[in-house]
Design a protein. Structure first.
Length: 129
C-alpha cells in the first residue's frame, strides 16, 4: 500500500505555492528551488504571475519530497530517479503522456481565458467613462 505524503487534502484543479508547501509540510522556498532543478516540476502562473500547481505538479512534488527527505537521495540521484519513474509510467500507459499534454493545454487555456477576462473588464470600464 503506498504511503501518503503530507496532509490529506480535497482534490481541486489548482493549488497556490503556499497550499502545496502546507500539504507537503515544507517551506515554499524549497518548492521554488525544486522548480529550478527538476524540469518535470513546472507550475503555470496566473495573470498576476502567481504559481498555480495542478494535480500532476502536486504528485511530482510529493515524489521529489519522498526521494529527497525520506529515501535520502542526492539531488542528482533524485533527478535520475524521477525521470526513470515518469518514463516507466509512460511506457506502461501510452495514453498518460497524451493526458499529461492535454492537462497542460487545459491549464494554458484557462490562463489565457483569465487574461482575456481581465482585458475585457478593463475595456468595459474604459468604454463606460
Amino acid at each position: 500500500m503506498p504511503r501518503k505524503i503530507g496532509k490529506v487534502i480535497d482534490k481541486k484543479d489548482s493549488y497556490t505555492i503556499g497550499e502545496v508547501a502546507s500539504i507537503l509540510e515544507i517551506p515554499s522556498y524549497v518548492l521554488r528551488f525544486w522548480e529550478t532543478e527538476f524540469a518535470e516540476l513546472k507550475p503555470h502562473k496566473n495573470v498576476k504571475g502567481h504559481r498555480l500547481y495542478n494535480n500532476e505538479d502536486l504528485e511530482i512534488a510529493k515524489i521529489i519530497k519522498r526521494l529527497m527527505h525520506e529515501e535520502l537521495y542526492t539531488l542528482e540521484g533524485a533527478k535520475k530517479k524521477i525521470k526513470q519513474l515518469l518514463q516507466n509510467e509512460n511506457d506502461n500507459n501510452p495514453r498518460s503522456s497524451t493526458q499529461s499534454i492535454s492537462t497542460r493545454h487545459i491549464q494554458n487555456l484557462r490562463t489565457i481565458k483569465n487574461k482575456l477576462l481581465v482585458i475585457l473588464t478593463l475595456l468595459n470600464k474604459n468604454s463606460i467613462k
